[in-house]
Design a protein around this ligand. Structure first.
Ligand code: SAM
Ligand code: ASE
Length: 373
């Protein structure tokens, strides 16, 4: 009897089956289960869900019951039949277009990250990312691999914004940034929802069956920044492919305190600013490339200016928190970098010339490291 086996056996099953849990979540998101149930005036039975999704009755019933078991759906009974509705978790985080939706990140994780993780053992053996084996794509230029198609670029950009709608304000409030008037968000990406609408029309890229909600909630970190610090202006600096799309599709009605500047932060001149933000940029790169970038930033920065590194911070011993340890392995399978401890960020910042290095965890996945020139 498994109940007589110890804690070790319970943990083992949980770990071994974890991928099935992830796939239930990804599949239900991809099929549009949560949008369908959100739009329905009353809970639906499995036959109605399968008919409206165009999915098999057998598969749908099994998936819905797995979702109930995972607390993504709740089941009731109507006329002797089981009927299903979203739980609060699903309506908050899984329904496309809800203000706190994480659906785009889940879609990216399911379609791309998951495939790279299928080659984790090889990644550990070789010490490199797995785009070649996962997708047949060379990755000498990391972001050519990450942005290997318009659809993929869109999914990455949209997915990465999701977390900032939850944690952006808290991370940016970890330090008082109000003295910094001009803020440059390096590798800051651009408004993915406005973009997404256009790309789906222009490029025929489809990420689900359901109708797209109104544009909004985009450029999440820059937006959190101008709303938290109303006196500041944000320049989003990113590579030309990303910025050109932003320029073409960023509607004029969006915040005029947010502007765009294109370039390569490893080689091109950097915009003048009082504060440079590097959010989830350093974790993509080797120590050598990080040092090179930080030295360039030190040159560009005026005395008294600052740099704010936003990353998922490892504990001092590198063995926690679990989410960050796993993200670090994700950097192995998907990038050239790793997650780092506060001491490791200090060891990159100080030799580049930055002083007064201070580190604050913000209570979520991401924390902040502020340093001054
Ligand atoms: N800061 C955003 C966030 O936290 O959601 C995006 C982080 S994403 C992991 C890294 C960003 O760096 C992407 O937007 C990418 O286009 C940009 N990037 C990569 N290489 C770059 C380069 N050489 N110059 C400028 N931006 C670059
Ligand atoms: C990157 C960030 C991410 C590069 C690839 C990525 C994320 C997923 N894939 O800079 C977001 C952070 N999440 C994880 C699981 O690492």
């Amino acid at each position: 009897m498994c109940s007589q086996e110890g804690e070790g056996y319970r943990l083992l099953k949980e770990y071994a089956n974890g991928f099935m849990v992830s796939q239930v979540l990804f599949a239900a998101c991809e099929l549009g289960v949560f949008e369908l149930l959100a739009a329905a005036p009353e809970p639906l039975d499995s036959a109605a869900v399968s008919a409206r999704l165009g999915a098999s009755p057998r598969g749908t019933e099994l998936l819905l019951d797995a979702c109930v078991s995972l607390k993504l759906l709740q089941a009731g009974v109507r006329g002797g039949k089981a009927v299903y509705a979203n739980t609060e978790l699903a309506s908050t985080y899984l329904v496309r277009g809800s203000p706190r939706s994480q659906r785009d990140m889940l879609m990216y994780t399911g379609r791309t990250t998951y495939v790279c993780w299928g080659h984790l053992a090889e990644a550990v053996r070789e010490g490199r990312n797995q785009y070649l084996k996962a997708f047949g794509i060379p990755s000498e230029e990391l972001f050519s691999a990450i942005y290997r198609s318009e659809g993929e670029r869109l999914q990455f950009m949209r997915g990465l914004q999701d977390v900032w709608r939850l944690e952006g304000a808290r991370v940016l409030a970890a330090f008082d940034l109000s003295p910094f008037r001009v803020i440059c968000d390096l590798g800051g990406e651009c408004p993915p929802r406005t973009l997404g609408l256009c790309l789906e029309l222009c490029c025929g890229y489809h990420s689900g069956h359901s109708p797209r909600p109104p544009a909004g909630g985009s450029g999440a970190l820059a937006k959190a920044c101008v709303s938290l610090y109303p006196g500041c202006r944000v320049i989003v600096f990113d590579i030309p492919g990303v910025v050109q799309m932003a320029r073409t599709h960023f509607s004029a009605s969006e915040d005029e305190r947010i502007s765009f500047h294109e370039g390569d932060f490893f080689t091109d001149p950097l915009p003048e600013a009082d504060l440079y933000i590097l959010a989830r940029v350093l974790h993509d790169w080797t120590d050598a490339k990080c040092s090179h970038l930080l030295e360039r930033l030190y040159q560009a920065c005026r005395t008294g200016g600052g740099i704010l590194v936003i990353e998922s911070l490892l504990d001092a011993d590198g063995r926690g928190p679990l989410t960050t340890v796993l993200y670090s392995l994700n950097m192995l399978v998907q990038t050239e970098g790793r997650e780092r401890t506060p001491a490791q960020y200090r060891a990159l910042l100080a030799p580049a010339g930055f002083r007064d290095v201070r580190c604050r965890r913000a209570g979520g996945i991401y924390g902040a490291v502020l340093a001054r020139k």
